[in-house]
Design a protein around this ligand. Structure first.
Ligand SMILES: Cc1cc2nc3c(=O)[nH]c(=O)nc-3n(C[C@H](O)[C@H](O)[C@H](O)COP(=O)(O)OP(=O)(O)OC[C@H]3O[C@@H](n4cnc5c(N)ncnc54)[C@H](O)[C@@H]3O)c2cc1C
Length: 252
C-alpha cells in the first residue's frame, strides 16, 4: 500500500509527556482496533524517519487518533512532534500488529501500552459490547495516566489503576504481582491481553503461565523499540536504510 499524507486537525498534551494527535483519515484506509502503523513527519529531513504508533481511534470515524509519548532526550521523531502544529502533515504507512479483540477478558496495560486497548475499548463501547472486560492499568505516578476519565466512563467499575512509585489512597500501589493477578482471574478460560514494556510483559506472562492461564489465551505485544546492543555502525545503518527506501512524497 502506498503511503498517505494526512493533515493534523488537533494536537495537545494529555499528560506531561504524551501528545494526543488527531489527523484526517485517507479515503478507503482501514485498520483493526489494536493495530499500529508507521508514521513519519512530512517536513524536510524527517520524511523517511518512520516510527510505530497504535491507532487509538476506531475505524468507523473519519479521523485517525494517536497518543504519543515524547522523548526529548532522544532528539528523534517524538521530540520533533513536540514542534508540530495544526495543519502540519504526517505520512501514514501500512497498518500492522498482533493485538486484536478475541473475546472477553482481562486487559493489562503499562504506560503508553494502553494505546491499542483504547481503540479496542472504544470500538466495543460504540457497539455496546464492553461486557465484563476488566482493565489493570499500571503507571509510575498518577500524572502518567492517559485518558483516565474516558477509561472510567467506558469500563465503569471494571478499571483498576496501579501506581508503581506514588502512594495515593485512591489507587492500588506496587508492581503487578501474582496476588494482584489472582484477584482478577476468574478461574474460567478467559483472554488476557498484555501491552507495555518487554520487561513487564515477560514478568506478567510468567505469572499467568504459573497460574495455569493457557498460552493460547494470552494476547501480547510490546511497544518497546528494540535496538541492537552493540553495533558501532548502527547510526550509519539507520540513515542508509531510509535512503534506500526513499519514495517520491510529492506524488502522495
Ligand atoms: C508496534 C509498536 C507500537 C507502538 N505504539 C506506540 C504508541 O501508540 N504510542 C507511543 O507513544 N509509542 C508507541 N510505540 C513506541 C514508539 O514507536 C517509540 O517511542 C518511538 O519510536 C520513539 O521515537 P523517537 O524517534 O522519539 O526516539 P527513538 O527512535 O527511540 O530514538 C531516537 C534516537 O535516540 C537514540 N536513543 C535511544 N534511546 C535513547 C536514550 N535512552 N537516551 C538518549 N538517546 C537515545 C537512538 O540512538 C535513536 O537514534 C510503539 C512501538 C511499537 C513497536
Amino acid at each position: 500500500m502506498k503511503p498517505h499524507l494526512v493533515k493534523i486537525k488537533a494536537l495537545k498534551r494529555i499528560t506531561h509527556d504524551v501528545l494526543h494527535i488527531i489527523t484526517d483519515k485517507p479515503a478507503k484506509f482501514s485498520y483493526v482496533p489494536g493495530q499500529a502503523v508507521e508514521l513519519s513527519i512530512n517536513k524536510p529531513g524527517w520524511q523517511t524517519d518512520r516510527r510505530s504508533f497504535y491507532f487509538i481511534s476506531i475505524p468507523e470515524t473519519s479521523d485517525l487518533e494517536f497518543c504519543i509519548k515524547t522523548y526529548p532526550e532522544h532528539n528523534g521523531v517524538t521530540n520533533e512532534m513536540l514542534k508540530l502544529i495544526v495543519g502540519d502533515e504526517l505520512i501514514v504507512y501500512e497498518e500492522f500488529g498482533d493485538i486484536s479483540y478475541r473475546g472477553e477478558g482481562l486487559f493489562i496495560a503499562e504506560g503508553v501500552g494502553i494505546a491499542p486497548f483504547l481503540s479496542i475499548f472504544r470500538n466495543l463501547n460504540s457497539r455496546h459490547l464492553i461486557g465484563d472486560n476488566q482493565l489493570i492499568y499500571a503507571n509510575k505516578i498518577k500524572a502518567d495516566i492517559i485518558l483516565e476519565t474516558e477509561l472510567t466512563n467506558i469500563l465503569d467499575g471494571n478499571y483498576t489503576n496501579i501506581l508503581l512509585e506514588e502512594q495515593n489512597a485512591a489507587y492500588a500501589h506496587g508492581p503487578i504481582t501474582e496476588n494482584v493477578l489472582k484477584h482478577f482471574l476468574t478461574g474460567k478460560p478467559q483472554y488476557v491481553y498484555v501491552s507495555g514494556s518487554a520487561k513487564m510483559i515477560t514478568s506478567v506472562e510468567k505469572i499467568l503461565l504459573a497460574l495455569h492461564v493457557s498460552k493460547d489465551f494470552i494476547v501480547k505485544e510490546t511497544s518497546e523499540v528494540r535496538r541492537p546492543v552493540v553495533f558501532p555502525y548502527y547510526q550509519q545503518f539507520c540513515t542508509i536504510i531510509p535512503i534506500l527506501n526513499t519514495q517520491s512524497y510529492d506524488k502522495l
